[in-house]
Design a protein around this ligand. Structure first.
Ligand SMILES: *Cc1c(COP(=O)(O)O)cnc(C)c1O
Length: 383
Protein backbone atom coordinates (compact mmCIF):
# COMPACT_ATOMS: atom_id res chain seq x y z
CA UNK A 1 0.00 0.00 0.00
CA UNK A 2 1.01 3.59 -0.43
CA UNK A 3 3.07 4.81 2.45
CA UNK A 4 2.76 8.50 1.76
CA UNK A 5 0.43 10.49 3.94
CA UNK A 6 -0.37 13.87 2.53
CA UNK A 7 1.37 15.27 -0.51
CA UNK A 8 4.50 17.18 0.49
CA UNK A 9 4.40 16.15 4.16
CA UNK A 10 7.18 14.57 6.15
CA UNK A 11 5.41 12.37 8.66
CA UNK A 12 7.00 11.83 12.04
CA UNK A 13 7.37 8.10 12.54
CA UNK A 14 6.51 5.97 15.56
CA UNK A 15 9.68 3.95 15.70
CA UNK A 16 10.14 3.58 11.97
CA UNK A 17 6.47 3.00 11.29
CA UNK A 18 3.64 4.98 9.78
CA UNK A 19 0.18 3.73 10.67
CA UNK A 20 -1.40 3.53 7.24
CA UNK A 21 -5.10 3.66 6.49
CA UNK A 22 -5.07 0.09 5.29
CA UNK A 23 -2.63 -2.70 4.48
CA UNK A 24 -3.41 -6.11 3.01
CA UNK A 25 -2.84 -9.25 5.10
CA UNK A 26 -1.08 -11.80 2.91
CA UNK A 27 0.41 -14.31 5.33
CA UNK A 28 -1.95 -17.22 4.64
CA UNK A 29 -1.73 -19.48 1.59
CA UNK A 30 -1.30 -16.56 -0.85
CA UNK A 31 2.39 -17.11 -1.67
CA UNK A 32 1.94 -20.89 -1.86
CA UNK A 33 -0.96 -20.70 -4.32
CA UNK A 34 0.72 -18.05 -6.49
CA UNK A 35 3.90 -20.18 -6.60
CA UNK A 36 1.70 -23.09 -7.69
CA UNK A 37 0.39 -21.00 -10.62
CA UNK A 38 3.92 -20.09 -11.68
CA UNK A 39 5.26 -23.63 -11.37
CA UNK A 40 2.34 -25.02 -13.36
CA UNK A 41 2.57 -22.17 -15.94
CA UNK A 42 -1.20 -21.59 -15.53
CA UNK A 43 -1.08 -17.83 -15.16
CA UNK A 44 -3.89 -16.57 -17.42
CA UNK A 45 -7.59 -16.58 -16.67
CA UNK A 46 -7.90 -20.18 -17.89
CA UNK A 47 -6.38 -21.66 -14.71
CA UNK A 48 -8.34 -23.58 -12.08
CA UNK A 49 -7.88 -21.05 -9.24
CA UNK A 50 -10.40 -18.76 -10.94
CA UNK A 51 -13.15 -21.38 -10.66
CA UNK A 52 -12.09 -22.38 -7.16
CA UNK A 53 -12.11 -18.77 -6.03
CA UNK A 54 -15.51 -18.13 -7.63
CA UNK A 55 -16.99 -21.16 -5.89
CA UNK A 56 -15.59 -20.28 -2.51
CA UNK A 57 -16.54 -16.62 -2.72
CA UNK A 58 -20.11 -17.26 -3.92
CA UNK A 59 -20.55 -19.81 -1.12
CA UNK A 60 -19.39 -17.16 1.35
CA UNK A 61 -22.02 -14.75 -0.03
CA UNK A 62 -24.75 -17.39 -0.09
CA UNK A 63 -25.24 -17.04 -3.85
CA UNK A 64 -25.30 -19.70 -6.55
CA UNK A 65 -22.99 -18.03 -9.06
CA UNK A 66 -19.93 -15.79 -9.09
CA UNK A 67 -18.05 -14.28 -12.01
CA UNK A 68 -14.57 -13.02 -11.13
CA UNK A 69 -13.25 -10.12 -13.17
CA UNK A 70 -10.53 -7.50 -13.39
CA UNK A 71 -11.90 -4.87 -10.97
CA UNK A 72 -14.87 -3.79 -8.90
CA UNK A 73 -15.67 -1.17 -11.52
CA UNK A 74 -15.63 -3.90 -14.18
CA UNK A 75 -18.00 -6.00 -12.03
CA UNK A 76 -20.47 -3.10 -11.83
CA UNK A 77 -20.23 -2.55 -15.57
CA UNK A 78 -20.72 -6.27 -16.26
CA UNK A 79 -23.81 -6.30 -14.03
CA UNK A 80 -25.40 -3.40 -15.90
CA UNK A 81 -24.41 -4.81 -19.31
CA UNK A 82 -25.76 -8.26 -18.38
CA UNK A 83 -29.23 -6.84 -17.76
CA UNK A 84 -28.89 -4.75 -20.93
CA UNK A 85 -28.89 -1.29 -19.44
CA UNK A 86 -28.15 1.19 -22.21
CA UNK A 87 -28.78 4.62 -23.65
CA UNK A 88 -32.17 6.08 -22.66
CA UNK A 89 -32.10 4.13 -19.36
CA UNK A 90 -31.72 5.56 -15.89
CA UNK A 91 -30.06 3.98 -12.87
CA UNK A 92 -30.52 5.25 -9.32
CA UNK A 93 -27.29 5.60 -7.32
CA UNK A 94 -26.30 7.43 -4.14
CA UNK A 95 -24.82 10.93 -4.55
CA UNK A 96 -22.35 9.98 -1.82
CA UNK A 97 -20.19 7.19 -3.22
CA UNK A 98 -16.87 6.42 -4.84
CA UNK A 99 -16.91 7.35 -8.51
CA UNK A 100 -16.94 3.76 -9.82
CA UNK A 101 -20.66 3.45 -9.12
CA UNK A 102 -21.37 6.37 -11.45
CA UNK A 103 -18.68 5.42 -13.98
CA UNK A 104 -20.19 1.98 -14.54
CA UNK A 105 -23.51 3.60 -15.43
CA UNK A 106 -21.78 6.12 -17.69
CA UNK A 107 -19.98 3.32 -19.57
CA UNK A 108 -23.34 1.84 -20.61
CA UNK A 109 -24.59 5.15 -21.99
CA UNK A 110 -27.32 5.30 -19.35
CA UNK A 111 -27.78 8.17 -16.91
CA UNK A 112 -27.00 7.88 -13.21
CA UNK A 113 -29.74 9.55 -11.15
CA UNK A 114 -28.54 10.70 -7.75
CA UNK A 115 -30.21 10.25 -4.38
CA UNK A 116 -28.95 12.06 -1.29
CA UNK A 117 -27.42 10.24 1.67
CA UNK A 118 -29.25 9.72 4.93
CA UNK A 119 -27.57 11.14 8.04
CA UNK A 120 -28.61 8.07 10.09
CA UNK A 121 -26.71 5.46 7.98
CA UNK A 122 -24.62 7.50 5.50
CA UNK A 123 -26.26 5.35 2.81
CA UNK A 124 -28.80 6.26 0.12
CA UNK A 125 -31.91 7.78 1.74
CA UNK A 126 -34.71 5.31 0.92
CA UNK A 127 -37.40 8.00 1.45
CA UNK A 128 -35.99 9.90 -1.53
CA UNK A 129 -35.74 7.07 -4.06
CA UNK A 130 -39.25 6.89 -5.45
CA UNK A 131 -39.47 10.59 -6.30
CA UNK A 132 -36.40 10.08 -8.51
CA UNK A 133 -37.88 7.17 -10.46
CA UNK A 134 -39.29 7.59 -13.95
CA UNK A 135 -40.42 5.30 -16.75
CA UNK A 136 -36.77 5.12 -17.77
CA UNK A 137 -35.53 3.74 -14.43
CA UNK A 138 -34.15 0.24 -14.90
CA UNK A 139 -32.13 -0.39 -11.77
CA UNK A 140 -31.30 0.81 -8.27
CA UNK A 141 -27.66 0.55 -7.18
CA UNK A 142 -27.31 0.94 -3.42
CA UNK A 143 -23.80 1.18 -1.95
CA UNK A 144 -22.96 -0.30 1.45
CA UNK A 145 -20.89 2.71 2.39
CA UNK A 146 -17.64 2.04 4.27
CA UNK A 147 -18.94 -1.45 5.07
CA UNK A 148 -22.30 -0.43 6.56
CA UNK A 149 -25.28 -2.12 4.84
CA UNK A 150 -27.97 -0.10 3.10
CA UNK A 151 -31.57 -0.65 4.24
CA UNK A 152 -32.12 -3.48 1.78
CA UNK A 153 -35.73 -4.28 2.79
CA UNK A 154 -36.90 -0.86 1.72
CA UNK A 155 -34.85 -0.85 -1.46
CA UNK A 156 -36.12 -4.29 -2.52
CA UNK A 157 -39.70 -3.29 -1.77
CA UNK A 158 -39.41 -0.19 -3.97
CA UNK A 159 -37.63 -2.13 -6.71
CA UNK A 160 -40.25 -4.92 -6.76
CA UNK A 161 -43.09 -2.40 -6.86
CA UNK A 162 -41.57 -0.63 -9.88
CA UNK A 163 -40.18 -3.84 -11.44
CA UNK A 164 -36.57 -2.69 -11.58
CA UNK A 165 -33.37 -4.58 -10.71
CA UNK A 166 -31.28 -4.11 -7.61
CA UNK A 167 -27.50 -4.19 -8.11
CA UNK A 168 -25.62 -3.95 -4.83
CA UNK A 169 -22.31 -2.13 -4.91
CA UNK A 170 -20.79 -4.18 -2.10
CA UNK A 171 -17.23 -3.16 -2.99
CA UNK A 172 -16.63 -1.96 0.58
CA UNK A 173 -18.66 -4.51 2.48
CA UNK A 174 -17.33 -8.07 2.10
CA UNK A 175 -19.05 -10.16 4.74
CA UNK A 176 -21.49 -7.50 5.97
CA UNK A 177 -25.05 -8.66 6.72
CA UNK A 178 -28.53 -7.21 6.61
CA UNK A 179 -31.18 -9.16 8.58
CA UNK A 180 -28.87 -12.17 8.66
CA UNK A 181 -28.21 -12.22 4.90
CA UNK A 182 -24.82 -11.48 3.40
CA UNK A 183 -24.73 -8.31 1.30
CA UNK A 184 -24.16 -8.88 -2.37
CA UNK A 185 -26.58 -11.80 -2.21
CA UNK A 186 -29.63 -9.75 -1.22
CA UNK A 187 -30.40 -7.88 -4.45
CA UNK A 188 -30.49 -9.36 -7.95
CA UNK A 189 -26.75 -8.90 -8.47
CA UNK A 190 -23.94 -7.99 -6.08
CA UNK A 191 -20.54 -6.54 -7.00
CA UNK A 192 -17.33 -6.58 -4.99
CA UNK A 193 -13.88 -5.05 -5.45
CA UNK A 194 -10.63 -6.79 -4.51
CA UNK A 195 -8.39 -3.74 -4.68
CA UNK A 196 -5.51 -3.95 -2.18
CA UNK A 197 -7.29 -1.90 0.49
CA UNK A 198 -10.55 -3.91 0.44
CA UNK A 199 -11.33 -6.50 3.15
CA UNK A 200 -10.50 -9.32 0.70
CA UNK A 201 -7.94 -8.50 -1.98
CA UNK A 202 -6.45 -9.94 -5.16
CA UNK A 203 -4.26 -6.87 -5.80
CA UNK A 204 -6.63 -5.69 -8.49
CA UNK A 205 -9.86 -7.52 -9.15
CA UNK A 206 -13.59 -7.77 -8.69
CA UNK A 207 -16.47 -10.23 -8.70
CA UNK A 208 -20.14 -10.31 -9.53
CA UNK A 209 -22.40 -12.64 -7.52
CA UNK A 210 -25.99 -13.61 -8.34
CA UNK A 211 -28.60 -16.33 -8.04
CA UNK A 212 -29.80 -15.63 -11.58
CA UNK A 213 -28.40 -18.20 -13.99
CA UNK A 214 -28.96 -16.03 -17.06
CA UNK A 215 -27.15 -13.07 -15.53
CA UNK A 216 -24.24 -15.35 -14.56
CA UNK A 217 -24.02 -16.82 -18.06
CA UNK A 218 -24.26 -13.49 -19.85
CA UNK A 219 -21.76 -11.71 -17.62
CA UNK A 220 -19.34 -14.64 -17.99
CA UNK A 221 -19.46 -14.17 -21.77
CA UNK A 222 -19.31 -10.37 -21.57
CA UNK A 223 -16.21 -10.68 -19.38
CA UNK A 224 -14.50 -12.62 -22.16
CA UNK A 225 -15.31 -10.60 -25.31
CA UNK A 226 -18.57 -12.50 -25.79
CA UNK A 227 -17.00 -15.43 -27.62
CA UNK A 228 -19.80 -17.56 -29.00
CA UNK A 229 -20.41 -21.24 -28.24
CA UNK A 230 -21.32 -22.00 -31.86
CA UNK A 231 -18.10 -21.10 -33.60
CA UNK A 232 -14.55 -19.97 -32.77
CA UNK A 233 -13.84 -16.22 -33.01
CA UNK A 234 -17.49 -15.35 -33.57
CA UNK A 235 -19.20 -12.59 -31.56
CA UNK A 236 -22.86 -11.63 -31.26
CA UNK A 237 -22.47 -8.80 -28.73
CA UNK A 238 -19.90 -6.20 -27.74
CA UNK A 239 -17.97 -7.86 -24.93
CA UNK A 240 -15.03 -6.75 -22.83
CA UNK A 241 -11.75 -8.13 -21.63
CA UNK A 242 -12.51 -8.05 -17.92
CA UNK A 243 -10.90 -11.41 -17.13
CA UNK A 244 -9.19 -12.15 -13.81
CA UNK A 245 -5.85 -13.95 -13.95
CA UNK A 246 -5.19 -17.26 -12.20
CA UNK A 247 -2.49 -15.44 -10.19
CA UNK A 248 -5.04 -12.99 -8.81
CA UNK A 249 -7.55 -15.75 -8.12
CA UNK A 250 -4.86 -17.71 -6.27
CA UNK A 251 -4.47 -14.74 -3.90
CA UNK A 252 -8.25 -14.39 -3.69
CA UNK A 253 -8.76 -18.02 -2.75
CA UNK A 254 -6.19 -17.77 0.04
CA UNK A 255 -7.82 -14.54 1.23
CA UNK A 256 -11.29 -16.07 1.23
CA UNK A 257 -10.04 -18.89 3.45
CA UNK A 258 -9.53 -16.17 6.10
CA UNK A 259 -12.74 -14.27 5.36
CA UNK A 260 -14.35 -14.77 8.80
CA UNK A 261 -11.16 -13.80 10.60
CA UNK A 262 -10.82 -10.55 8.61
CA UNK A 263 -14.42 -9.58 9.29
CA UNK A 264 -14.11 -10.42 12.97
CA UNK A 265 -11.00 -8.28 13.48
CA UNK A 266 -12.54 -5.42 11.49
CA UNK A 267 -15.53 -5.42 13.83
CA UNK A 268 -13.41 -5.79 16.97
CA UNK A 269 -11.22 -2.87 15.90
CA UNK A 270 -14.32 -0.77 15.25
CA UNK A 271 -15.77 -1.58 18.69
CA UNK A 272 -12.47 -0.59 20.31
CA UNK A 273 -12.33 2.68 18.35
CA UNK A 274 -15.95 3.44 19.27
CA UNK A 275 -15.44 2.80 22.99
CA UNK A 276 -12.28 4.93 23.12
CA UNK A 277 -13.59 7.78 20.95
CA UNK A 278 -17.08 8.17 22.38
CA UNK A 279 -16.12 10.53 25.19
CA UNK A 280 -14.57 13.07 22.81
CA UNK A 281 -16.81 16.08 22.30
CA UNK A 282 -17.26 17.19 18.71
CA UNK A 283 -16.84 13.85 16.96
CA UNK A 284 -19.69 11.79 15.50
CA UNK A 285 -18.87 8.13 15.19
CA UNK A 286 -19.64 5.76 12.37
CA UNK A 287 -23.26 4.53 12.41
CA UNK A 288 -24.45 0.94 12.03
CA UNK A 289 -27.74 0.37 10.21
CA UNK A 290 -30.44 -1.22 12.45
CA UNK A 291 -30.77 -5.00 11.83
CA UNK A 292 -27.43 -4.96 10.05
CA UNK A 293 -23.92 -6.15 10.77
CA UNK A 294 -21.43 -3.62 9.41
CA UNK A 295 -17.90 -4.78 8.60
CA UNK A 296 -16.45 -1.30 9.20
CA UNK A 297 -14.26 -1.42 6.10
CA UNK A 298 -12.88 1.95 7.11
CA UNK A 299 -13.54 3.24 10.62
CA UNK A 300 -14.95 6.68 9.97
CA UNK A 301 -15.76 9.77 11.98
CA UNK A 302 -17.34 13.16 11.37
CA UNK A 303 -15.50 16.16 12.78
CA UNK A 304 -18.35 18.39 13.93
CA UNK A 305 -18.24 22.16 14.18
CA UNK A 306 -17.78 22.07 17.98
CA UNK A 307 -14.53 20.10 17.73
CA UNK A 308 -11.57 22.46 18.40
CA UNK A 309 -10.00 21.73 14.99
CA UNK A 310 -11.47 21.47 11.52
CA UNK A 311 -11.41 18.10 9.81
CA UNK A 312 -8.46 19.14 7.67
CA UNK A 313 -6.53 20.54 10.64
CA UNK A 314 -7.08 17.28 12.52
CA UNK A 315 -5.89 15.25 9.53
CA UNK A 316 -2.75 17.36 9.33
CA UNK A 317 -1.97 16.90 13.03
CA UNK A 318 -2.47 13.16 12.75
CA UNK A 319 -0.22 13.04 9.68
CA UNK A 320 2.47 14.90 11.62
CA UNK A 321 2.26 12.09 14.15
CA UNK A 322 2.63 9.31 11.61
CA UNK A 323 -1.05 8.52 11.26
CA UNK A 324 -2.50 8.26 7.79
CA UNK A 325 -6.16 9.19 7.26
CA UNK A 326 -8.45 9.92 4.29
CA UNK A 327 -11.13 12.48 3.81
CA UNK A 328 -14.54 11.24 2.63
CA UNK A 329 -15.78 10.88 -0.93
CA UNK A 330 -16.58 13.96 -2.94
CA UNK A 331 -20.26 13.56 -3.98
CA UNK A 332 -20.99 12.79 -7.63
CA UNK A 333 -22.69 16.10 -8.40
CA UNK A 334 -19.52 17.96 -7.33
CA UNK A 335 -17.17 15.92 -9.53
CA UNK A 336 -15.66 18.12 -12.24
CA UNK A 337 -16.37 15.44 -14.81
CA UNK A 338 -20.11 15.37 -13.95
CA UNK A 339 -20.64 19.05 -13.09
CA UNK A 340 -22.62 19.91 -16.21
CA UNK A 341 -24.85 16.83 -15.86
CA UNK A 342 -25.94 17.63 -12.30
CA UNK A 343 -25.83 21.43 -12.50
CA UNK A 344 -28.06 23.02 -9.89
CA UNK A 345 -28.77 19.76 -8.04
CA UNK A 346 -28.24 19.82 -4.27
CA UNK A 347 -27.49 16.90 -1.97
CA UNK A 348 -27.00 18.52 1.43
CA UNK A 349 -26.34 15.38 3.48
CA UNK A 350 -23.76 14.10 0.99
CA UNK A 351 -22.11 17.53 1.03
CA UNK A 352 -22.02 17.60 4.81
CA UNK A 353 -20.46 14.12 4.97
CA UNK A 354 -17.88 15.26 2.42
CA UNK A 355 -17.04 18.32 4.48
CA UNK A 356 -16.82 16.64 7.91
CA UNK A 357 -15.89 13.03 7.27
CA UNK A 358 -12.61 11.18 7.46
CA UNK A 359 -11.51 7.68 8.08
CA UNK A 360 -8.87 6.39 10.46
CA UNK A 361 -6.36 3.54 10.05
CA UNK A 362 -8.54 0.44 9.66
CA UNK A 363 -6.47 -2.54 8.46
CA UNK A 364 -7.51 -5.96 9.75
CA UNK A 365 -3.98 -6.29 11.12
CA UNK A 366 -4.10 -3.11 13.21
CA UNK A 367 -2.99 -3.70 16.82
CA UNK A 368 -4.83 -2.51 19.93
CA UNK A 369 -1.80 -0.36 20.77
CA UNK A 370 -1.98 1.34 17.38
CA UNK A 371 -5.69 2.07 17.85
CA UNK A 372 -5.01 3.47 21.32
CA UNK A 373 -2.20 5.63 19.89
CA UNK A 374 -4.50 7.01 17.17
CA UNK A 375 -7.19 7.84 19.74
CA UNK A 376 -4.69 9.40 22.18
CA UNK A 377 -3.35 11.58 19.38
CA UNK A 378 -6.90 12.71 18.54
CA UNK A 379 -7.49 13.44 22.26
CA UNK A 380 -4.33 15.57 22.34
CA UNK A 381 -5.65 17.50 19.34
CA UNK A 382 -8.97 18.01 21.14
CA UNK A 383 -7.00 19.76 23.86
C1 LIG B 1 -13.45 0.32 -4.38
C2 LIG B 1 -14.82 0.63 -4.88
C3 LIG B 1 -15.26 0.29 -6.18
C4 LIG B 1 -14.38 -0.16 -7.31
O1 LIG B 1 -13.38 -0.95 -7.16
P1 LIG B 1 -12.12 -1.09 -8.14
O2 LIG B 1 -11.77 -2.52 -7.89
O3 LIG B 1 -11.10 -0.13 -7.67
O4 LIG B 1 -12.57 -0.87 -9.54
C5 LIG B 1 -16.59 0.50 -6.49
N1 LIG B 1 -17.46 1.03 -5.63
C6 LIG B 1 -17.08 1.40 -4.40
C7 LIG B 1 -18.11 1.99 -3.50
C8 LIG B 1 -15.75 1.24 -3.98
O5 LIG B 1 -15.37 1.64 -2.77
Amino acid sequence: MRKDILPGREPKLIGDKIISVCEPMLEGNEAKYVADCIRSTWISSAGSYVTRFEEKFSAACGTRYAVACSSGTAALHLALAAIEIGKEDEVIIPAFTMISTALAVTYTGARAILVDAEARTWNMDCDLIEEKMTKKTKAIMPVHTYGNPAIMDRILEIARKHKVCVIEDAAEAHGAEYKGKKVGGIGDIGCFSFYANKIITTGEGGILVTNNEQVAKTSRKLRDMYFSDERHFYHRRIGFNYRMTNLQAAVGLAQTERFDEFVKTRRENAMLYASLLKSIVGLSLMPETPSAKSVYWMYSILVEDDFPLTRDQLRKQLADNGIETRSFFVPMHLQPVYLNIYKGEKYPVAEELCRKGMYLPSASGLTKEEIAYVVDTIKDCAG
